[in-house]
Every structure is written in C-alpha cells, then in structure tokens.
Design a protein around this ligand. Structure first.
Ligand code: ADP
Length: 265
C-alpha cells in the first residue's frame, strides 16, 4: 500500500542518515587524533633545539665576561636578551607539551612530602630577579612555618610560577602578596595583586584553554597557564577560584587537601 511504501522510504532515509552520522563521527574522531598527534610532535620537536641553544648562550655569556667592555659595550645585554627570549620560548613549548599530555591522558603526578611554605618562599625568591623585567612591584610573602602535605613538588612550583608571573604581569607595578595558611586538613594558598583586574564577563572563562581576558599584544602569552594550573590543582583533589574587580586587582585562591584523594593513607 501507499502507507507501507512511505514507511519503507522513511526507514531507508533514516538508515542513510545513521550511516552518514557514523561516518561523520569517525571523521571527527580521526581529525581530533591528527590534531593531538601534531600538537605532541610539533611541541616536542620545537622544544628540542632550545636546550643546546640555551647552554651555548650560557657558555658565550661566560666567555664574554673576559672581553673588554669598552670594545663590546652591548654584548652582555644582547646575550641576556637572547637568553630571556629562549627561556620564554621554552616556557611556551612546555605549556603546549602539557596541553598535549592533558589531552591524551598522559598527565601524571609524582607525589612526595612537601612543605608548602618553603615552596612558596623559594618560588617567590626565584622571581625576585625577574620582578622588574615583568613590570611587577614588590613581592610580599606571608607564610607560617611549616605546612606539610603530600603533593607533586614540581607541579606545585608550576602553579606558583603561573600565579606569580600573572600577578606581576597584570599587577600594574604595585605590590603582589603571596600567603599560605592551613584550615584543618586543607592547605590554602593565595596570590593577590592590585593591578588591572578582570572584567566580570571574562572571569568564568579565564581557566579555559587559550582564553585571555586582555587582547593587547602588550601582555604576551598563550592563555594556557591558568588552564594548566586548574588541571594540576584538580588532579591533587583541590580547587582554585578567583575574585577580581577591574582596576582594583585580583586574588587567586588555591585549596588543597593535605593528602590527595588518590594517594594511599
Ligand atoms: P596568559 O599566558 O595569557 O597570561 P593565563 O592562562 O595565565 O594566560 O591567563 C589567562 C588570562 O587571564 C590572561 O590572559 C589575563 O587576561 C587574565 N589574567 C590572569 N591572571 C590575571 C591577573 N592576576 N590580573 C588580571 N588578569 C589576569
């Protein structure tokens, strides 16, 4: 009958659509795989030459010390600038490598006993020589003694580096405060600046990949630091949040359980 014919046509149409959807799905999956592979290979290959380059620059800088300054007045400054640029490229490549690890589930933690107070003090001390170059103000560190937990030291240093470099970069040259305190079985870490702040509509997006609240090229960056920071904090069973007001400054607060939920107690 006519009704049977229409039902058969409808079924055939739906079957064709299902086949099409399946093909599209497989193609999309393949495209994602190719993109991930590209990211992994490209970030690795682009990072590799930077290590010998950085070493050679250090050797050149040492040799340059014995040269007469009056004959080569700009050499030491130029070498320093090259070292900083190589360092910057290396950090960007590290961020891309981390993204590739996170995307492919290869992001792992190495847990050990860490004193968060010492870690924050050391991270801040490492930043001291860079404060001026980053356009930042005084670093004020307020940490009690000691606050020990089971965390990934290197990854926590990365969290501090990201939060401190942002606070100095966007801090308008005013003081940056880093504070650590304990709340029961939770360690709290706060980095506060009095800089440009973040617009309310951008606040919920800044922890996303490639999200930047400011578009000016003046502030370099890929918009990956806070995304990676959040992944690290969450992998340790913690949380990160931000309070900010434009032109008043920003406060980032990290809360970490003293023992991550996955580690044996
Ligand atoms: P980027 O490399 O661009 O700094 P992040 O992921 O670290 O990337 O930060 C994302 C965006 O969040 C930044 O581009 C900036 O717009 C905003 N941001 C982060 N930290 C601060 C801060 N302390 N003050 C103002 N804006 C900030």
């Amino acid at each position: 009958t006519q009704a049977d014919l229409e039902t058969a046509e409808d079924l055939a149409r739906r079957a064709a659509l299902a086949v099409d959807n399946g093909r599209l799905y497989r193609e999309a999956q393949q495209a994602v795989r190719v993109r991930e592979e590209f990211l992994q290979v490209a970030s690795h290959e682009l990072k590799t030459p930077l290590t010998p380059l950085s070493l050679k620059l250090q050797m050149l800088a040492r040799s340059a010390e014995s040269l007469p300054r009056e004959r080569f007045p700009r050499l030491s400054g130029d070498l320093d600038m090259m070292r900083q640029q190589v360092q910057r490229l290396s950090s960007l490549m590290d961020e891309l490598l981390d993204i590739s690890r996170i995307n492919s589930g290869r992001f792992s933690l190495t847990l050990e006993v860490v004193d968060l107070c010492a870690l924050v003090r050391d991270s801040a001390a490492r930043f001291e020589p860079e404060v001026h170059r980053l356009g930042g103000g005084r670093l004020v560190v307020d940490v009690p003694e000691p606050l020990v937990g089971v965390w990934d030291r290197q990854r926590l240093e990365q969290v501090m580096t990201n939060l401190l470099s942002n606070a100095l970069k966007y801090g308008g040259g005013r003081p940056v405060h880093a504070r650590v305190w304990g709340e029961g079985a939770t360690a709290c870490l706060e980095v506060r600046d009095e800089g440009i702040g973040i617009a309310p509509e951008a606040l919920s997006r800044i922890f996303e990949k490639f999200e930047r609240a400011v578009s000016e090229r003046h502030y370099g960056g890929l918009g990956l630091g806070l995304y990676i920071t959040r992944q690290i904090v969450e992998a340790l069973g913690g949380t990160i949040c931000v309070k900010s007001e434009p032109q008043q400054g920003s406060t980032f607060t990290v809360r970490l359980p003293l023992t991550p939920p996955t580690s044996p107690s």
